[in-house]
Design a protein around this ligand. Structure first.
Ligand SMILES: [Zn+2]
Length: 255
C-alpha cells in the first residue's frame, strides 16, 4: 500500500516563470520580484542552507533576498531565517516578528505579493501569502492534506473559524496552492477538505447517537474513496481526524 512518498524527494517546481516552490516534506518558495527575491517559509533543517542558497541563485538569479515571510513561526518553517538575515540582511516578516495589519502587507516588484493574517486555524499567528498576478496561494499549515490543523481543540467556535477561513481561502480561486508540507495542490482540495470536516462531524455524531462505542466509531468511519490518494491520509491523518472529532462530539462541544 505504501506507494512512493513524493515529498521524500525534494523537487523544485516552477508553476509560472520566476516563481519557485521547493516541494518536500517541508515546503518553501522563492519569488523573483525583479531587483530582489522574496522567500516564503524557511524549512526545518539549517544544514540545507547551502543547497537552498545555490538553488535560489541558479533559478532566480543573483538578486538579493530582501524579505523572508513566515506563515507562522513553528520550528519547521524558520530554520533558515538567520542565514537569510546574515547573508542579505533580509527582513523577516511574520505576525510574531512584526506587525502585519489585518488588511495585509503588500510587496511590489515584477509581481505583487500580499501577506495576509488569518490567525487561529493552526496558530495565533497564521498568515497566508497571496500572489494575485500568478493566482498562487501559500497557506502554511492551515491546509494539511486531511489533517485538522488546530493546535487547540475542535469545538463550535474553532469549527466556525475554520469554516470561515476556508471560505476566504476558497474565494481566491487559486490555481496553485502551496501547503506547508507535502505536495502542492489546487483550490479543489481546499473545497474538499472543508466538506470532509463537515461530513466527518455529521457521521461521527450520527454514530454516537446510534449508540456505537468509541472503538466501533474509530474502526468503522471510513476514509472517503476520493481522498485515498491524499498525502499520508490513509497512513494516519484520517484516523487522527476521527479521534479529534469524536472527543468534542461526545462532550457535546460541537452541537
Ligand atoms: Zn506548524
Amino acid at each position: 500500500m505504501t506507494a512512493t512518498d513524493i515529498a521524500e524527494t525534494p523537487q523544485i517546481l516552477q508553476p509560472v516563470p520566476g516563481f519557485f516552490i521547493r516541494q518536500a516534506v517541508d515546503n518553501m518558495a522563492w519569488i523573483d520580484m525583479g531587483d530582489y527575491v522574496l522567500v516564503v517559509d524557511a524549512l526545518e533543517q539549517a544544514e540545507l542552507e547551502q543547497e537552498v542558497m545555490d538553488a535560489i541563485k541558479r533559478t532566480a538569479g543573483p538578486a538579493p533576498v530582501r524579505f523572508v515571510l513566515n506563515t507562522h513561526t513553528h520550528y519547521d518553517h524558520v530554520a533558515l531565517n538567520d542565514a537569510f538575515r546574515k547573508r542579505f540582511k533580509a527582513e523577516i516578516v511574520s505576525l510574531a516578528a512584526s506587525r502585519v495589519r489585518d488588511e495585509g502587507r503588500w510587496f511590489q516588484g515584477r509581481r505583487r505579493v500580499q501577506m495576509l493574517p488569518m490567525p487561529g486555524c493552526h496558530t495565533d499567528e497564521d498568515c497566508v501569502v497571496w500572489c494575485p498576478d500568478d493566482r498562487i496561494l501559500l497557506v502554511g499549515d492551515i491546509f494539511g492534506w486531511g489533517l485538522i490543523p488546530l493546535v487547540g481543540r475542535l469545538d463550535r467556535s474553532s469549527r466556525t473559524l475554520l469554516e470561515s477561513t476556508y471560505r476566504r481561502l476558497i474565494e481566491f480561486d487559486a490555481r496553485v496552492v502551496m501547503p506547508g508540507h507535502g505536495p502542492v495542490c489546487t483550490n479543489a482540495e481546499l473545497v474538499r477538505w472543508v466538506k470532509y470536516l463537515g461530513e466527518l462531524i455529521d457521521s461521527v455524531s450520527a454514530a454516537c447517537q446510534a449508540g456505537k462505542s468509541d472503538q466501533e466509531i474509530l474502526d468503522q468511519t471510513a476514509p472517503p474513496p476520493d481522498m485515498h490518494g491524499w498525502w499520508r491520509f490513509l497512513k494516519w491523518k484520517h484516523r487522527d481526524s476521527v479521534e479529534k472529532v469524536l472527543r468534542p462530539v461526545r462532550r457535546g462541544l460541537l452541537q
